[in-house]
Design a protein around this ligand. Structure first.
Ligand SMILES: Nc1ncnc2c1ncn2[C@@H]1O[C@H](COP(=O)(O)OP(=O)(O)OP(=O)(O)O)[C@@H](O)[C@H]1O
Ligand SMILES: [Mg+2]
Length: 394
């Protein structure tokens, strides 16, 4: 699949990496294209991934395992033998053991530094440092302060999952090391259309449902190509639900309330709908935003990251809880007639006699969303049945 967009980011990245020693950070939400961007970079790159299991030095071992070792290495690199047994025949003998574990650790750090020196020019890429282990974090801190002259460090992460190591690393960089930070935004509408065109012969507009996140675009396109009606792709649903389950219960309720509320809502409405006290709602909201589930769509209004995520959360709510959430949302008296543009669209079609499924297909929504829109619109219009709709909407 050809790369869509990202010309500006690639140009700046290439410029920074062309002036080592350099430290580069790329952040962006899950599926936005951090890893894809790396595939475009000129080598040599050594790539290691952090994992949620946080194995000590896991990403460094993975990156170095892919290196082609030069024939003569500094004896200090023998300290890497315990980490890289597969290189036993290529590494010098391990230096004699010392009793102090801190001295052993310093040796290991120097061994990695020495190996990078002998592999120059080189870019050490550590992906997904939101899952970094403490040992790799310390090692990267050490390396970043004494990078060899033709070496660069490139780190990627999802900002929503990160608790501070980036700031610590950046704040300790010596002045001779170039630093660049890239925040990768989702694709814009035109780029989304272009990616969709690569994936489907006659693609519908995928932007409203995916807000330009390439992973969501690809997964949705796959569903459509397989003849499924538009809905939340399983891989995306699983990612959203994993995040939801990891939230404390009050934060989870706030996200579930946001999934039931049809439009992005203020903190007060979310707290009322979720049935949580104001300060728990405030904390829950902050946590849900930090985890990338909710976002501030306009100042003071919060909603799910994109409609597919909203649908995934909505579908996962048990019927009992869903009823309670709907009841709380319906309890405050909303002004009659405050029908949103989307509801207007839906009820106009309902008034023409279309079923929820037919409306869903023509507006590219899920039937469940249509059901919610119809119910909310009827309530706002003070109606009890869709049969009453034609008179009220024309
Ligand atoms: N600009 C792009 N053009 C074409 N395809 C893209 C683009 N960006 C991303 N993709 C595709 O979208 C999918 C998700 O991208 P990628 O894995 O790079 O995201 P990521 O930001 O690394 O996500 P994660 O945080 O989960 O690691 C991949 O299949 C990738 O090939
Ligand atoms: Mg990635």
């Amino acid at each position: 699949m050809p790369l869509v967009g990202r010309e500006h980011e690639l140009r700046r990245l290439a410029e920074t990496l062309a002036r080592p020693p350099a430290v580069v950070m790329i952040d962006g939400e899950a599926g936005v294209g951090k890893t894809r961007l790396l595939r475009e970079l000129p080598g040599p790159l050594l790539v290691g991934n952090c994992h949620p299991m946080r194995f000590p030095f896991g990403p460094i071992v993975e990156a170095l395992r892919h290196a082609t070792l030069p024939p003569s290495l500094n004896p200090i690199t023998g300290a890497l033998r315990p980490l890289l047994p597969e290189f036993a025949h290529l590494l010098p003998l391990a230096p004699p053991p010392v009793q102090d574990p801190q001295v052993e650790r310093h040796r290991l750090f120097r061994a990695v530094l020495s190996l990078l020196e002998s592999l120059q020019p080189v870019t050490l890429v550590v992906e997904d440092i939101h899952w970094i282990d403490a040992d790799t974090r310390d090692l990267l801190g050490f390396l970043s302060r004494c990078l060899p002259p033709r070496a660069a460090l490139l780190l990627t992460y999802r900002p929503e999952d990160l608790g501070g190591p980036v700031a610590a690393l950046r704040s300790h960089l010596p002045p001779h090391i170039a630093y660049a930070q890239f925040s990768l935004p989702p694709l814009d509408r035109a780029e989304t259309a272009l990616l969709a065109k690569h994936l489907l012969p006659d693609p519908p507009d995928l932007w409203p449902l995916t807000v330009g996140v390439p992973f969501a675009i690809e997964e949705l396109a796959r569903m459509l190509a397989e003849g499924h009606p538009p809905g939340t792709p399983p891989a995306l649903r699983d990612a959203v639900l994993l995040k939801l389950e990891a939230l404390p219960v009050a934060a989870r309720r706030v996200v579930q309330a946001a999934a039931v509320l049809e439009e992005p809502s203020c903190e007060r409405s979310l707290a009322a709908a979720a049935g949580v006290p104001a300060e728990q709602c405030e904390r829950g909201l902050a946590e849900a935003i930090r985890r990338g589930l909710l976002r501030e769509t306009t100042p003071g209004q919060y909603g799910l990251r994109h409609p597919l995520a909203k649908q995934a959360v909505y579908d996962s709510i048990t019927p009992g809880l869903r009823r309670r959430l709907h009841r709380r949302i319906e309890a405050p008296s909303e002004p009659r007639g405050a029908v949103s543009p989307r509801e207007e669209q839906v009820i106009r079609l309902a008034a023409q006699g279309l079923t929820n499924r037919e409306i869903a297909e023509s507006l590219f929504l899920s039937p469940r969303t249509v059901e919610v829109h119809v119910a909310n619109a009827l309530r706002k219009l003070g109606l009890t049945s869709r049969r009453q709709l034609p008179r009220s909407t024309t």
